[in-house]
Design a protein around this ligand. Structure first.
Ligand code: FES
Length: 150
C-alpha cells in the first residue's frame, strides 16, 4: 500500500488560521465573562465568603491570661480559651484589653466591652465578633498551641 503525501494549499492554511483565531476569541470571551462575573455578583449583593486564615499562638500563654495580636485578643479561660476580634464595631478602631478593669475599651470613642465582646457602653451597638479557637495538644497531653481562625 502506498500513501500519497497530502499537499497543503493556501486555502487550507487560511482555514486553519481562521479556526485558530475563532478558538482564541472564544477563550478570550469566556475569560472576560468570568472576570466580569465576580464584580457583578458583588454588585448584586451576593456574598462570596473569604477563605479563612489561621494564626497559631504557641503555648503557654502569658500568666496575665491573655495574648493580644494585631487582629484579636486570645483569653486563656480555664474552661475553654476564647478569642475576640480587636476591630471595634463602631467605626473600626483597634480595641485594647484593660487588664486592671478586666474590660476591652476602644481608644477612639471609649466604647467598652466585656472580655467576651458584649457591649457595656456605647457608642458601639454590636458586640465584638468571637473567633474560633482550636487547642492542639502534644502526645503527653500538654497544650502545644492555639489556632485562632480569622
Ligand atoms: S470606633 Fe470604637 S467607639 Fe468609635
Amino acid at each position: 500500500m502506498h500513501i500519497m503525501p497530502t499537499k497543503t494549499t493556501k486555502a487550507d492554511i487560511l482555514i486553519e488560521r481562521r479556526s485558530f483565531l475563532d478558538r482564541c476569541l472564544k477563550w478570550a470571551g469566556a475569560a472576560l465573562s468570568l472576570s466580569l462575573l465576580y464584580p457583578l455578583l458583588r454588585f448584586l449583593g451576593h456574598k462570596i465568603p473569604p477563605r479563612p486564615r489561621y494564626k497559631t499562638i504557641a503555648a503557654p500563654l502569658p500568666l496575665s491570661g491573655y495574648h493580644a495580636e494585631r487582629e484579636f485578643i486570645l483569653f486563656n479561660d480555664p474552661q475553654k480559651p476564647f478569642a475576640v476580634s480587636r476591630t471595634c464595631t463602631h467605626l473600626g478602631c483597634r480595641v485594647s484589653y484593660l487588664e486592671d478593669k478586666r474590660i476591652i475599651e476602644c481608644p477612639c470613642h471609649q466604647s467598652r466591652f466585656t472580655r467576651r465582646g458584649k457591649v457595656l457602653h456605647g457608642p458601639a451597638k454590636r458586640r465584638l465578633p468571637a473567633l474560633a479557637v482550636e487547642v492542639r495538644k502534644n502526645s503527653d497531653g500538654t497544650i502545644k498551641d492555639y489556632v485562632v481562625t480569622l
